[in-house]
Design a protein around this ligand. Sequence first.
Ligand SMILES: [Zn+2]
Length: 388
Amino acid sequence: MTSLMLTGIAELVTNDPAMGDGSDLGLIHDAALVIEGKRVAWVGPAVAAPQADSAHDVGGRAVVPGFVDSHSHLVFAGDRSEEFAARMAGRSYSAGGIGATVAATRAASDEQLAANLARHVAEMRRQGTTTVEIKSGYGLTVVDESRSLALARQVTNETTFLGAHIVAPEYAGDPDGYVDLVTGPMLDACAPHARWIDVFCEQGAFDVDQARTILQAGKAKGLGARLHANQLGHGDGVQLACEVSAIAVDHCTYLSDADVDALASSGTTATLLPGVEFSTRSPYPDARRLLDAGCYVALATDCNPGSSYTTSMPLCIALAVREMGMTPGEALLAATQGGAGALDRDEVGHLQVGATADIAVLDAPSYLHLAYRPGVPLVHAVFIEGRQ
Ligand SMILES: [Zn+2]
């Protein structure tokens, strides 16, 4: 196996508290990193670096773990920019807008959906994202949900069945009938292409009892549970996520003290999605409160054409720092290691020896610039499984 050494690293973020400065980020200054095959083989100060077959000088830049975007909806067609403009002119956001994307997605060919998906994944890569989770949820028929997941599976193993995004228009008068479809034939068709099952548990979508039924049906088929909850108002979704040991509960904008206590004493990650609050002009979740309570916290884009049409993890980091009470270091951890936890993955989201060599090289001397220079394209190069 040939080895490649990255040299000239002004600041290396390992996310290993045993390394470097001893902080949670495990910062090493004037560092080197050796890749062997797909893995990180060595990290440390450049002066102590071993021999390698070849070297790549990153020119005094910062190197961070590739971002882990644990929440996106990239299988869709259509455009909702006019809805966005209307919202910015004062109309409020509701779950109902999803229906417009469902109609466009059903009408699109597989080739159109695949091309749109590839374009968005490429956009993510350019911004340093090396692991991405992708949900279905704009098909809402057996055929359209299963083809959405089959397409998503071609670009990531982190695929999530979200047939329970909203009640399909054909079942508008019979939501329980739709839950039967989701937990029956739709689940049967989708489970082979999915690792996770998810429900939009919110007013206007699915209530807690429906969500519990759907998550339990998915778990019985071998899928892991995750949940959209407490986005638009208070509710019992976070409690349900903890009750069923969901790997993550996403949004968490409106939380009671009991919700925070339940999260802190569970293994469930609270995934915060600040692109949504930005794009819907809504109050941001309080990351500081969750961190101070000892909860696991992740940051993700929720990239979707309605409520958060951004693929940029650096934007989410900047928003989390400016609007949600996180330090730049906490935000970077949440966007890397936090996302990995929200996908139950321990070999990504950090750069310890043995990790997958998923790496972002920043056009900056420090990771601090991710939040300090918002809106600037700071990702200079990306390595996925050791390959640039
Ligand atoms: Zn979402």
